[in-house]
Design a binder for this molecule. Structure first.
Ligand code: G1P
Ligand code: ZN
Length: 541
C-alpha cells in the first residue's frame, strides 16, 4: 500500500561539495530524509528504473536504507541493488552502477566526517555513469526541496538486508549483493596480483588502517585473502556505526597511530589508511610521508607498470588546489593535463570523454577511469603494484621522482569552525583586494597574478565561478584560499600552500620549513588573524 505523506519544505537542503551532509539528528528529524529523497526521485525520475543503494555503515545507515527502499518502491522503481547490510564503499557503489548499468545510485555517507548519533550523516545521488551528480542536477534537487508538498512511501516491513539474494518490496525487486565481490574482481583486472602476491610472500610487510570504517572488509578480502598479506595486516577493519569514535579521515593528524608506526623502528615497508566511505587514501613509506599531490604525480608517472594502464594514460586531471607536480609528469609524458574545481564531480566529464585516465585531489583522493569516484584501495593497490615491479622503497621512488621532476613542496592548513560571518567578511575583503595584488612584494616574493578561479568544462562548456582565490608569485610559489563545502559546523577555511624547488639541491627539506615564507605571506595577504581571530591552523596536512 502506497501512502502520500503531506510535508512542507525544510530550509537548507542544499548539497555541497559531495551531497547533502548534516548532523545526524537533523537527518533523523521529521520528514528530513524523506523530503530530500523525494526531491531526488522527482528530479531523476524513478518509474521503472533501477538504482544502487549502499552506505558507509555509519549510525542511521541501516534505517535510512529501509526508508529509501520504501520510497523507491512507492515511486515506482523496478529494482534496487543493495550491498549486504546496506553497506557499500563509495567506489564500490560507483562500480555497481556501471557494472549493472543502473539509472544511478544513492550513497549514504558523510565521507571522512565522524559518525554517530551526534555526528554527521549524508546522502548523495550518483548518475548512471557512476559519478556524483553534477551541479545542475544537485541544484535542481535543492530547488525541488524548496517547493515540496508531499512524498510517497510504501507501507511494508523492513527488507532483510542481511540475506544475500532477491527480495520483493511491493512491486519492486531488491537484490542484496555481497559488497566486496564485484569490486575485488575489478581490482584483479587492473593490477598484477601475482607480482604483488610474490612481494608479500617474499617478506614485504604493510599496515592498512581502515579506521573502523567501510574499507575494512574490502581490505581484508583483497590484501589478506587474495594477495596473501599476513593476517593482521589490516587493522581497525570492522566497520562500526561510530567508527569506534575515530575521525575516519586518513591524514597525518587523524591517522596518527599509523604515522607513529611508520616512523618507528618497527615500521613495515608500506602503510596506508582510508576514510569513512573508502574513497580517500593516505600512503606512507617507512619513515617518509607521501603528500597526496606527490602520490598523484608518482602514480601518473608509473601507472604503465600495472596491467590496467599498460597502454599509457590519456591525460591527468587534478583539482586546482592540488600541486602542479602531476602537470610536470603529464608534460614529460606528452599527455593532456587538466585543472578542475575542487570535488570529484568535475572529473566525470573528462573521464567519460576519455580525456583523462587518472585524477587526483590534494585532499587524499586519487582514482582513475575504472569508476567515477576516487578510490582509496585502488590507490593502495597501484602503489603496491609499482613497488612490486620497481623493487624499491617508497623513499627511493619519491627521491628519484623529485630528482627527475623537481619537488613541489606542498601543505594545506585548515582553520575549522570559524564563525560564518567572519569567514565571509575575510573572503569579501580578499576578493576586493585582488586587483591591487600584482606587483606587491611580500616575504621576499612578488605577486604575479591573483584571481578567483573559474572553470569552463572542456566537454560540456558549463561554467563554475568562485572556486577559490589564487595568488601566484613570480618565483612559482602559490597560495589558494577556499571555504570548505563539506562541513556541518560554521566555516572551514582551507589555505593551500605550494613552492617549487627545481633541484638538484634543496629537495629534502621538511615541507613546513620549506613553505615558511609562503605561510607567512598567506596570513599577511588575507589578514587571517584579524578576520578570524586564528593565528594557527587546526589541521595541517
Ligand atoms: C573536501 C575536499 C575535496 C573533496 C571533498 C569530498 O571538500 O577538499 O577535495 O572532493 O572533500 O571528499 P571541501 O570540504 O574542501 O569542500
Ligand atoms: Zn570519502
Amino acid at each position: 500500500m502506497i501512502t502520500t505523506v503531506a510535508t512542507t519544505p525544510i530550509a537548507g537542503q542544499k548539497p555541497g561539495t559531495s551531497g547533502l551532509r548534516k548532523k545526524t539528528p537533523v537527518f533523523m528529524s521529521r520528514h528530513y530524509l524523506e523530503n530530500f529523497v523525494q526531491a531526488i526521485f522527482d528530479v531523476v525520475g524513478a518509474k521503472g528504473k533501477a538504482f544502487v543503494l549502499g552506505g558507509d555503515g555509519r549510525y542511521f545507515n541501516d534505517r535510512a536504507a529501509q526508508v529509501i527502499l520504501r520510497m523507491a518502491a512507492a515511486n515506482g522503481a523496478a529494482r534496487v541493488i543493495v550491498g549486504q547490510g546496506a553497506i557499500l564503499s563509495t567506489p564500490a557503489a560507483s562500480h555497481l552502477i556501471r557494472l549493472n548499468q543502473t539509472d544511478g545510485g544513492i550513497i549514504m555517507s558523510a565521507s571522512h566526517n565522524p559518525g554517530g548519533p551526534d555526528e554527521d550523516f549524508g546522502v548523495k545521488f550518483n548518475m548512471p555513469n557512476g559519478g556524483p551528480a553534477p551541479e545542475a542536477v544537485t541544484e535542481a534537487m535543492f530547488q525541488r526541496t524548496t517547493e515540496i508538498t508531499e512524498y510517497r512511501m510504501l507501507e511494508a516491513q523492513d527488507v532483510d538486508l542481511g540475506r544475500i539474494g532477491r527480495h520483493q518490496l511491493g512491486d519492486m525487486v531488491v537484490d542484496v549483493v555481497d559488497p566486496v565481490t564485484d569490486y575485488a574482481a575489478l581490482m584483479e583486472t587492473l593490477f598484477d596480483f601475482g607480482a604483488i602476491r610474490a612481494m608479500f610472500a617474499g617478506g614485504f610487510r604493510m599496515r592498512m588502517d581502515s579506521m573502523c570504517a567501510v574499507t575494512g572488509p574490502y581490505a581484508v578480502e583483497v590484501l589478506e585473502n587474495r594477495l596473501g598479506a599476513p593476517k593482521g595486516t589490516c587493522v581497525n577493519a570492522t566497520p562500526l556505526p561510530d567508527f569506534g569514535g575515530m575521525h575516519p579521515d586518513p591524514n597525518p593528524t587523524w591517522a596518527k597511530a599509523l604515522m607513529d608506526e611508520m616512523f618507528s623502528d618497527a615500521a613495515p615497508d608500506f602503510g596506508a589508511a582510508s576514510d569513512g566511505d573508502g574513497d580517500r587514501n593516505m600512503v606512507v613509506g617507512r619513515g617518509i610521508y607521501v603528500s597526496p599531490s606527490d602520490s598523484l604525480a608518482v602514480l601518473a608517472a608509473n601507472a604503465h607498470l600495472a596491467p590496467g594502464y599498460a597502454k599509457g594514460l590519456r591525460g591527468v586531471a587534478r583539482s586546482m588546489p592540488t600541486s602542479a607536480a602531476a602537470d610536470r609528469v603529464a608534460d614529460a609524458l606528452g599527455i593532456g593535463k587538466y585543472e578542475t574545481p575542487t570535488g570529484w564531480k568535475f572529473f566525470g566529464n573528462l573521464l567519460d570523454a576519455g580525456q583523462a585516465t587518472i585524477c587526483g585531489e590534494e585532499s587524499f583522493g586519487t582514482g582513475s577511469d575504472h569508476v567515477r569516484e576516487k578510490d582509496g584501495l585502488w590507490a593502495v593497490l597501484l602503489w603496491l603494484n609499482i613497488l612490486a615491479v620497481r623493487k624499491q622503497s617508497v623513499a627511493e621512488i619519491l627521491r628519484e621522482h623529485w630528482a627527475k621532476f623537481g619537488r613541489n613542496y606542498y601543505s594545506r592548513h585548515d582553520f575549522e569552525a570559524i564563525e560564518t560571518a567572519r569567514a565571509d567578511a575575510m573572503f569579501a575583503a580578499l576578493r576586493g583586494s585582488l586587483s591591487d595584488l600584482p606587483g606587491r612584494q611580500v616575504e621576499g616574493m612578488v605577486v604575479q597574478s591573483a584571481d578567483d578561479f573559474a572553470y569552463t568544462d572542456p566537454v560540456d562548456g558549463s561554467v563554475s565561478q568562485k572556486q577559490g582565490v589564487r595568488v601566484l608569485f613570480q618565483d612559482g610559489s602559490r597560495i589558494v584560499y577556499r571555504l570548505s563545502g563539506t562541513g556541518t559546523e560554521g566555516a572551514t577555511l582551507r589555505v593551500y600552500l605550494e613552492r617549487y624547488a627545481a633541484g638538484p639541491s634543496g629537495l629534502d627539506l621538511d615541507a613546513q620549513a620549506a613553505l615558511a615564507p609562503v605561510i607567512r605571506a598567506a596570513h599577511a595577504l588575507a589578514g587571517i588573524a584579524d578576520h578570524t581571530g586564528r593565528t594557527a591552523p587546526d589541521v595541517v596536512t
